[in-house]
Design a binder for this molecule. Structure first.
Ligand code: 4G4
Length: 256
């Protein structure tokens, strides 16, 4: 996968390329990365990339010509790549979109600054507008890093042998189960006995119950959307029964 970032602050990406899974993916040529300075495509001597908004008002707008020049140059070096503008107005980024993007050959990620980019850039030069969430950033750079990070870890061979991404949150529509490592007792909190038992079937069952419980308590919206399998239905029905029992006992107590 080829990632080309267009930004007026390419240095922001130096530390991003230099650590962890992203660094390893670059070293092993699973991804190819570059950050190109939009300023290099400004025509004037002072390389200006912003201008005052038509219609007045405060703040500046990103000029269309340098951006168009940068996008066209990037498209020539990566003709297979799709162009993406990171913007609060874009389609909401999620794990499903990350999976779809991971199947592409290349992405040209356009990072806006100031109060936004001239609308006409979007007309012919942008394939997708994506938002990483409902908040406003000073620039698209952090949003571009989020996309690159989430997509890279889905590329086969990037996460280390077992491809842990397959077991992750959202892959099965549930939140992850709780995780524990040594020591067995930490500040008076014990690791659940079953996880130390070596009974793989019971461990799988415990983890599924942990996933379901966490999703129910923290993200019941995900549970409503999910197509539950036989075992998941059984677990939820068991909990339902337990709760009914407790409420029945309580009701009896109040009736006397
Ligand atoms: C384009 C238009 C993305 C880019 C306007 C970018 C949040 C996100 C920007 C702007 C961004 C996001 C200055 C508002 C840069 N903010 N949620 N800012 N703004 O993905």
């Amino acid at each position: 996968m080829n990632f080309v970032v267009l930004t007026i602050f390419p240095e922001m990406f130096d530390p991003f390329w230099s650590h962890g899974i992203i660094r390893k993916a670059i070293e092993e040529q699973k991804i190819f990365t570059s950050a190109i300075n939009i300023r290099d495509y400004a025509a004037d001597r002072h390389q200006v990339t912003d201008d005052r908004p038509y219609g007045g008002g405060s703040g500046m707008v990103m000029k269309p010509e340098p951006l168009a020049g940068a996008i066209r140059a990037a498209s020539r070096t990566a003709p297979e790549a799709k162009t993406v503008l990171l913007t609060p107005q874009g389609r909401a980024f999620d794990q499903r979109m990350a999976r779809a993007l991971a199947s592409l050959d290349g992405l040209i990620l356009v990072c806006g600054r100031y109060e936004g980019v001239d609308e006409r850039v979007c007309y012919d030069l942008i394939d997708y507008e994506i938002s990483t969430g409902d908040y406003v950033l000073t620039g698209g750079e952090l949003a571009a890093m989020i996309i690159i990070d989430a997509v890279t870890r889905l590329i086969p061979g990037t996460l280390g042998g077992e491809q842990a991404a397959e077991k992750d949150s959202f892959v099965n529509g549930l939140l992850e189960h709780a995780h524990y490592t040594r020591p067995p007792n930490f500040e008076d909190h014990e690791v659940p006995e079953v996880l130390r038992s070596g009974h793989h079937q019971e461990i799988d069952r415990w983890r599924l119950e942990s996933s379901l419980m966490r999703t129910l308590l923290k993200r019941s919206d995900l549970l409503q959307q999910k197509d539950l399998d036989q075992q998941e239905v059984e677990i939820l029905k068991n909990w339902h029964q337990e709760i009914e029992k407790i409420l029945e006992i309580n009701a009896k107590r109040h009736r006397g």
